[in-house]
Design a protein around this ligand. Sequence first.
Ligand code: MEV
Length: 306
Amino acid sequence: METSAPAKVILFGEHAVVYGEPAIAVAINLRTYVKIKKSEEYRVNGYPMSDKYHSYIKNAIKLCWDGEPLDIQTKSEVPSASGMGSSASITVAMLTALLAMKDELKEEKIAKLGFEVEYRTQGSASPIDTSTVTHGKGILVHREKKDHFLWKVEKGELKWYIHHIEVPSLKLVVGFSGIKGSTKDMVNKVRRFYNWNSFARDVIRDIGKITMEAIEPLQDEDYERIGELMNEDNKLLTILGVNHPMLKRMINASLKHSYGAKLTGAGGGGSIIALTDEQDEVAKAIEEVGGKAYKVEISKDGFRIE
Ligand code: MEV
């Protein structure tokens, strides 16, 4: 059984979405592939499955597999801890394979279980990453918007409605810093700030407002405005303390040739995205300051049986 799932980039709303604010993300054309077959013992890429290195895979198995042990092979075009959703991508590819083997493959089930795996593995998460890589294209999560939602999820006091959202074929460049960012550490860092400081709570709300403001320009293909909003979002994320000098360097380098640029994902390392008409120039600028550039396109496909 071979399956795959795309990576994602968050256009607006990371971190704030953990507190119920809206977020918008798109699936991108870098994928993670998983091949599984029944076996004598659990192995991942030839090694015994471990809590430390295979936590997402292990939790996916815990949640939806009680059959024979499995031999799992993974192959990924997505660098790990890069802000591009490598963990969501492996989780969703893995769940797709397990559910397909059980003859229980349903899109909503993959998305719901995917969120649960991330939540359990990280201790805290929103459904933005796992729903984007499950469904593909553009995804908006919102706590109140109920018209035409795909599914909804509740965690304690928080509720998120998951929607597909129309996005134009954005020309994006991802700049990976080469520095791994831990989502768990960054989410915890923001939580400490949020719990102690009402100013942090205002910043989170302002990030939510920017996300809502971005919906119309995304639908109107108003790249200038989308870029401005990306820059504003990046300033607020910097105030939250999740930026990094290497990310700032790549953002400054890309801004000469782009409408806007911001960190994407959890930050603290990881990646930036730049919106541009000149992907080659932006990629070159990112590489000149030491980043690794990926010229990406939006993936229409989410999970897939290969
Ligand atoms: C990570 O890609 C996005 C965060 O908002 C965490 C989450 O939503 O689970 C930082």
